[in-house]
Design a protein around this ligand. Structure first.
Ligand code: FAD
Length: 178
């Protein structure tokens, strides 16, 4: 079977555009979009088919099929959406007047989150951001706004529209007013 994680056999020498390599030099799935990953899997499959006839990998099959499976390892976008949901939901349930312990817990969590984030290129940038703009944990609204600005920084980097931070509570806590 052709590899899906770049580990079983030699990956192609040249990777399709958008494939981000891990620190081990192999394609990093949680750093790469599904589309780029699928192209990479197809290229790997072709390389391994050229050598011997083998069964297709799941990801390469998904790349050629019109429907995308939902029970696959997370790509950079799925991971990002889920992570932002977790972070903004933490902001939404954070106390309006947190104790010093709660404030320290949140600071520690953000620092570890930035270190452990599975997309290493994203993690390195986020660590830099946190160093420059320390998380504000004095109240729910303070942290929610800080997080919204941090998310907007990533949005800008990716060329996405920025979000109106005056609406963060409506988006993540109370629901829309209309
Ligand atoms: P997302 O950006 O995932 O947003 C989800 C939802 O949040 C949106 O639909 C919107 O309703 C709401 N939202 C958007 N902006 C804000 C905001 N400012 N405040 C509050 N709510 C908002 N991807 C990369 O390719 N490269 C990176 O370097 C990278 N770094 C990342 C760093 C971190 C810490 C995280 C958590 C994710 C990172 N990502 C990165 C993933 C990227 O930010 C997106 O999650 C991904 O591209 C999917 O984007 P999306 O358009 O579905 O919406």
């Amino acid at each position: 079977t052709a590899p899906v994680d770049g580990s079983a056999t030699e990956p192609p020498k040249k990777f399709p555009k958008g494939v981000v390599l891990g620190k081990d030099g192999k394609p990093c799935r949680s750093c790469t979009s599904f589309g780029a990953w699928a192209s990479q899997a197809k290229a790997t499959l072709k390389t391994s088919h050229d050598k011997s006839s083998t069964a297709p990998s799941t990801i390469a099959s998904a790349a050629t099929s019109s429907t995308r499976r939902t029970d696959c390892p997370a790509d950079v976008e799925t991971l990002g959406r889920s992570s932002w949901t977790l972070l903004h939901s933490i902001a939404a349930t954070y106390p309006p007047a947190p104790t010093p312990t709660e404030q320290n817990d949140l600071k520690s969590f953000m620092s570890l989150f930035a270190k452990l984030y599975p997309c290493w290129v994203c993690a390195e940038d986020f660590q830099q951001y946190i160093k420059k703009e320390e998380p504000k944990t004095g109240s729910r609204d303070e942290f929610g706004n800080w997080l919204c600005e941090a998310h907007n920084e990533v949005n800008r980097k990716l060329g996405k529209p920025t979000f109106d931070c005056s609406k963060w509570q409506e988006r993540w806590r109370t629901g829309w007013k209309d």
